[in-house]
Design a protein around this ligand. Structure first.
Ligand code: SF4
Length: 287
């Protein structure tokens, strides 16, 4: 099992206690990137910085200093395209992925544009309901388009990890897959996901409990609770796309089948993507 990565706030006393551990620091203030880079010392293994902000991407003060670390920027929208274009030269040098909210209609087109400008990007799921038709259009562009473009998440993660019968949890893209990431706050309360942390649903408390977390009853129970889906008769229990969604939209799935249609199409896209690579070296009529 690979090392669990801790997602934590920018809080120096906590970060000092997380020496030798892989961490993702989350902040909602872009002006803190430089202090974060100075605070984190060599004994912290900084995996990435996650910025969540309402400031549109066009107004973010991207900086040369940001080249030093992978940054996942979550913003509700792109903002002025004219202003954003002036930042492209620097953006292409950064190790950055820009995530836009699923809740804004304009973001679906803007993500296509970002991708075609070769800026790694992605959509994050904001408040339901999801516009599954627009999501499906974006996914089709991300996977099937033959024009050169940067990956769009979480589609790229799913299609590039899809094989055999194994489950593919795209929550990793958002640092939210509890098999890979766990969340901790300033009080050292530990939760499996960011939502659980917000909801005060903790698995453990104290930095000292991290080493034994993976073998703890609470964690094992949490990791295995997906089995409950198959005990009850719910829409998810019969869903062919369960292994790439794992019930993430279970509430709305009882009302409409938008999520099932989308995730089935995503599985088809993953098959297509795999075939593309297995075709390497074979003669084809068109390329
Ligand atoms: S796609 Fe919908 S029905 Fe299928 S597992 Fe996900 S939430 Fe459940």
């Amino acid at each position: 099992m690979s090392e669990l990565i801790l997602v934590c706030p920018y809080h120096k006393p906590l970060i000092d206690k997380l020496r030798q551990r892989a961490i993702v620091i989350r902040t909602n203030d872009c002006n803190l990137i430089r202090p974060i880079l100075h605070t984190v010392n060599k004994s912290n293994k900084l995996h990435a910085i996650k910025i969540e902000t309402d400031t549109p991407a066009s107004k973010i003060p991207f900086d040369d200093d940001w080249k030093r670390i992978p940054i996942a920027l979550y913003t509700s929208r792109l903002g002025s395209f004219k202003a954003f274009v002036h930042k492209l030269a620097l953006l292409r040098q950064l190790n950055i992925k820009i995530f836009l909210s699923s809740g804004e209609e304009e973001n679906y087109l803007n993500l296509c544009i970002l991708s075609s400008l070769r800026i790694a990007c992605g959509v994050y799921f904001s408040e339901p309901p999801v516009n599954w038709e627009r999501m499906n259009d974006l996914m089709h562009y991300a996977v099937y388009s033959r024009t050169i473009h940067a990956p769009i998440e979480p589609f790229y993660y799913v299609v590039s990890n899809f094989e055999g019968e194994k489950q593919v949890d795209y929550a990793s893209v958002y640092f939210d897959n509890p098999l890979r990431y766990i969340h901790i706050n300033e009080k050292e309360q530990i939760a499996a996901t960011s939502k659980d942390l917000e909801a005060c649903s903790y698995l453990a408390e104290g930095v000292s409990s991290i080493d034994s977390l993976e073998t703890s009853t609470q964690y094992r129970k949490y990791i295995n609770n997906w089995q409950d889906f198959f005990i009850e008769r719910r829409a998810c229990s019969f869903c062919p796309a369960w292994r790439i969604c794992m019930g993430k939209f279970r509430e709305e799935a009882e009302q409409n089948e938008g999520c099932r249609v989308f995730f089935r199409d995503l599985m088809d896209a993953a098959d297509y993507y795999r075939l593309q690579f297995s075709q390497d070296g074979k003669k084809v009529w068109q390329s």
